[in-house]
Design a protein around this ligand. Structure first.
Ligand code: ADP
Length: 196
């Protein structure tokens, strides 16, 4: 299964990604984690990404897409993956389509986690990552609204909206139920096509 997770910073995307990747048996690929690993290792990519991470800006598409392309080419991603944090812009979604198109595949579903801004800001303030100061958090929310939210319309055909307020297990259950439903509908439409 090829899944994309979208949601404002603080929607709990990373938490759900870890649980869902385990349950679905596909690798969890988080661009935020990959960037932070590069920064820690002091690689050239990490040095380039650092100032964007520090200010809550998006890392340029060229850098991000290159990193994701390389990660998706690893053998463990051949039969599926869960992308957490990519694509984050419409041009990145086009890049992803091109990467997957080369292998004749496309995302199966996009899970969009939703939560009110005050809830997500409060969660991030209690998380305490270095880029979690109130100013940077507010800025990342604006960046999400401006650059990432347009993806919801871009992926409207395969979008599953998951309300992300409440216990972690409930949110996971909602996501899995939505996915099961999508698979059921896909199987049904194949059966209908075969019959006609
Ligand atoms: P959050 O979900 O709290 O924003 P992430 O760990 O997903 O945190 O991302 C942290 C930072 O990494 C972002 O603020 C951004 O600078 C960078 N980043 C992550 N994914 C992308 C992406 N697809 N494109 C550009 N920059 C990204």
């Amino acid at each position: 299964m090829r899944l994309v997770l979208i949601g404002p910073p603080g929607a709990g995307k990373g938490t759900q990604a870890a649980v869902l990747s385990e349950r679905l048996g596909v690798p969890h690929i988080s661009t935020g984690d990959l960037f932070r690993e590069h920064v820690t290792r002091g690689t050239p990519l990490g040095r380039e990404a650092q100032r964007y991470l520090d200010t809550g800006e998006l890392v340029p598409d060229r850098v991000t897409s290159g990193m994701v392309r390389e990660r998706l080419a690893r053998p463990d991603a051949r039969h599926g993956f869960l992308l957490d944090g990519f694509p984050r812009t419409v041009p990145q979604a086009r890049e992803l389509a091109a990467m997957l198109g080369a292998t004749g595949s496309a995302p199966d579903a996009v899970l969009a986690f939703t939560a009110p801004e005050e809830v997500v800001v409060a969660r991030l303030l209690s998380r305490g990552r270095p880029d979690d100061t109130e100013d940077i958090i507010r800025h990342r929310q604006r960046v999400y609204q401006d650059q990432t939210a347009p993806l919801l319309a871009h992926y409207s055909g395969i979008l599953l909206t998951v309300p992300a307020v409440g216990p972690v297990e409930d949110i996971t259950a909602r996501a899995l139920a939505g996915l099961a439903d999508t698979k059921g509908r896909a199987a049904q439409s194949v059966a209908i096509t075969e019959r006609s």
